[in-house]
Structure formats: structure tokens, C-alpha cells
Design a protein around this ligand. Structure first.
Ligand code: FAD
Length: 362
């Protein structure tokens, strides 16, 4: 049997050999394999499309379960349609299926690489939508007990690019159920750049197919769909957008993009001489999301940047994506990521958080 290498199974194309590789294709086989492997003493790892992981160059001395179950089923539930997809199904195939079947809710998440089973892990999101918006439940095998349990939104504690599954609850996602809406048109457009590209206003709705096509075009222009574009040999965004206090955000240069996390408070107009009770004002301004891409560029790391003698680089289309320019090792990727983090920290005092999971590093 030929040796399996992580670098052939990941979109960043780095990572060493795998000691024990399994690829279950049915639900029963997947669950059995997971129970068997996770109850043993050797390390194990659940792999989807390999589009959000950075894997060490050393051998992975354990078992990799490559999830390859497929299938989409649906049933009507009033105005909604409950759609259940198996974990190994391609996420973008599910989105294309929904659009074709005139079901709205996930069209803005077109073109995100990877599998359905990984989508809840970091609550995938793009263009004003996120996985959590349509999520109903998922079937999960807990690593400790081996039991199949059903988890809902309260169990998953979704946040910006995170969930309870990313924060430590260890196990296997077997299938995912979403509630989509029967409609020819999309959910209201929530993202300025997408509205502009569609020629509509924020809050408008347009044909599902138009949203999908436009999102795919926008993503391709940034190297954010998997293709033969060398800028797509990445994990997508390498860093999340930092969330900082309002006070810290005000210390940044005036042109730094800032996105308050709750709506700004409406101004209270008090007529002169009138008494006013400011009940409910807690004095805390909402936290602010910053643009990691802007911070990186302004810290002096431009698009297309690379360190001398290092085969990793910054995408020529987007400073947030680190790419493998050809033959890069995981070490080189980490070296570049560290360099960028240090520059941003030295310039702005803000520590960037990486988005992907790191496998096989101490
Ligand atoms: C070009 C490009 C663009 C991207 N754009 C976006 C974007 O716009 N928005 C966004 O949110 N992300 C984006 N990503 C990141 C990535 O596509 C998503 O995080 C995706 O959900 C990862 O899926 P995967 O199947 O490849 O997961 P993998 O990389 O295989 O695994 C990621 C993590 O999920 C775990 N996992 C995978 N499957 C299961 C399962 N069945 N059960 C339990 N754990 C599991 C793994 O153990 C690992 O910890 C992009 C990536 C690329 C390469």
C-alpha cells in the first residue's frame, strides 16, 4: 500500500506521513471505526477536506480517520425544509444542492472548501452569513463514552469562528441538520461588498442563483475558492479578525476599519431643562471587530510577501491568506505566521489568533 501523506490531503499541501490511515465511507463504518480508534491509546485525528489544518512535517504516529460518508436527505416542516447531510459530504456541494432545490439560508456560504462535518467546528462564515444561522442539530459521537448523541445550538455555543467543538469537546460529527426556507430568493443581503457587487442595497433579497454566482466570483477574485490559482494553496484566512475593547480600537489610526459587535446606541436627545433617567446605560461600549488584513498590511507586510529562503508566502490577492508557493514545509509556514504576528504585535500591541487547527506540534 502506498504511504499516505498529510501534504496530499490538505489544501495548504504541508504535513508528514500518516502511520495508520482509514477512510470509512458508510455511517456505520465511520461510527465503528471512530469508537474503535478513540477508545485506544494511540493518537487519532478526524480529517475532512483538510482545508483548515496546518500539519507538522513529522510522521503522525497514530490513526487518521478520513471521513468519506456522503448523502443529503430532506423533509418538509411547515415553511421550512429540514436538510440532513452526512459529515463527509462536500459543504459546497450541499450549498449548490440547496440553491438548485430553491432552498434559501446558506447561499452566501458558497465556495467554502471542506466537508459538512467540519462546518460546525469553527462555525464557518462569510459574506454576512454563518453556519449557526440555519443550524438545527447534529449527530455526534463523544470521544469519551463512544455514545451517539444529538447536539443542538445550546450545546454548541457558536461564536465568531468557534464553537464548543473547537474549544475542547472532542468527538466525531456524523451528520448535520439545517432548517432552510422554501424560496426563489435569498435571505436579505447583509454584507456591503456583496450588495455592491449585486447592485442592490443591504437588506434586499435577490435570486438565489445570483447570490451564489456573485459570491463565487468575489471569492475567486481573492483566491478564496479552491482552483488552480496558486493563491488558493492555503487554509483560507490564516488569522481571525481580532475582537478588542472599544477603548483599544480608538487608539488605532483613524482609517482602521472597525465593526462594533452590537449596533451603536442610538443617541438620546434630552430637551434642555428636562430631567432624564439614563436607566439601562451600563457605560460599556460594545467590543469592536478589527480587520486582521488591514493590521497586517499596515504593519508592513504587503500582499505577495515572503521571507528570504522560505517557500511559504502571503497571497498576492489577500494579506490574510498564507500560501504554499511550492514545496513549503510546515516549519516555513509557521515561521512566516510568527513573523507576521510579531510585526502586528510590535506595531499595534494586538496579538493575532490563528484560525486553523495545528496538528502534530508540541
Ligand atoms: C481557499 C479557502 C477558503 C476558505 N474560506 C473560508 C471562509 O470563507 N469561511 C470559513 O469559515 N472558513 C473558510 N476556510 C476554512 C475551511 O474551509 C473551513 O474551516 C472548513 O469548514 C474546513 O473543513 P474541512 O472538512 O476541510 O476540515 P479539516 O481541515 O479537515 O478539519 C478542520 C477541523 O475540523 C475537525 N473535523 C473535520 N471533520 C470532522 C468531523 N466529521 N467530526 C469532528 N471533527 C471534524 C478536524 O479534526 C479539524 O480539527 C477556507 C479554506 C480555504 C482553503
Amino acid at each position: 500500500m502506498t504511504e499516505k501523506l498529510f501534504r496530499d490531503l490538505t489544501t495548504l499541501r504541508v504535513g508528514g506521513p500518516i502511520a495508520d490511515y482509514r477512510r470509512p465511507t458508510t455511517r456505520a463504518e465511520l461510527i465503528d471505526t471512530f469508537r474503535d480508534v478513540s477508545s485506544g491509546r494511540r493518537p487519532w485525528f478526524v480529517l475532512g477536506g483538510g482545508s483548515n489544518i496546518v500539519v507538522s512535517d513529522e510522521e503522525f504516529d497514530g490513526t487518521v480517520i478520513h471521513v468519506a460518508t456522503t448523502g443529503i436527505e430532506s423533509r418538509e416542516n411547515g415553511a421550512k425544509v429540514l436538510v440532513t447531510a452526512q459529515a463527509g459530504e462536500s459543504w459546497d456541494h450541499l450549498v449548490a444542492w440547496a440553491v438548485e432545490n430553491k432552498l434559501s439560508g446558506i447561499e452566501a456560504l458558497s465556495g467554502i472548501p471542506g466537508t459538512v462535518g467540519a462546518a460546525p467546528i469553527q462555525n464557518i462564515g462569510a459574506y454576512g452569513a454563518e453556519f449557526a444561522d440555519t443550524f438545527v442539530l447534529l449527530q455526534f459521537v463523544d470521544a469519551g463514552s463512544g455514545e451517539v448523541v444529538t447536539l443542538g445550538p445550546d450545546d454548541l455555543r457558536f461564536g465568531y469562528r468557534t464553537s464548543a467543538l473547537k474549544e475542547g469537546r472532542s468527538g466525531l460529527v456524523v451528520s448535520v441538520t439545517l432548517a432552510l426556507t422554501k424560496a426563489d430568493d435569498s435571505e436579505p443581503i447583509r454584507y456591503g461588498q456583496l450588495a455592491t457587487a449585486l447592485g442592490v442595497d443591504i437588506g434586499d433579497t435577490v435570486a438565489l442563483v445570483d447570490v451564489r454566482r456573485t459570491v463565487l466570483e468575489l471569492r475567486a477574485s481573492k483566491g478564496m475558492v479552491l482552483s488552480d490559482d496558486p493563491d488558493s494553496v492555503s487554509v483560507g484566512s490564516f488569522f481571525t479578525n481580532p475582537i478588542v475593547s472599544d477603548e483599544l480600537s480608538r487608539r488605532l489610526p483613524l482609517d482602521a476599519p472597525r465593526f462594533p459587535l452590537e449596533g451603536e446606541r442610538a443617541p438620546v436627545v434630552v430637551p434642555l431643562g428636562a430631567d432624564h433617567d439614563f436607566a439601562g446605560f451600563d457605560g460599556n461600549a460594545p467590543d469592536v471587530k478589527l480587520s486582521a488584513a488591514w493590521l497586517i498590511e499596515r504593519a508592513g507586510v504587503p500582499r505577495g510577501y515572503s521571507l528570504p529562503g522560505n517557500n511559504a508566502g502571503v497571497s498576492s490577492k489577500h494579506t490574510l491568506a498564507l500560501i504554499n508557493r511550492g514545496g513549503a514545509t510546515a516549519r516555513e509556514v509557521i515561521e512566516l505566521a510568527r513573523y507576521i504576528s510579531i510585526r502586528v504585535h510590535d506595531t499595534f500591541g494586538i496579538m493575532l489568533t490563528p484560525e486553523p487547527s495545528f496538528i502534530g506540534f508540541d
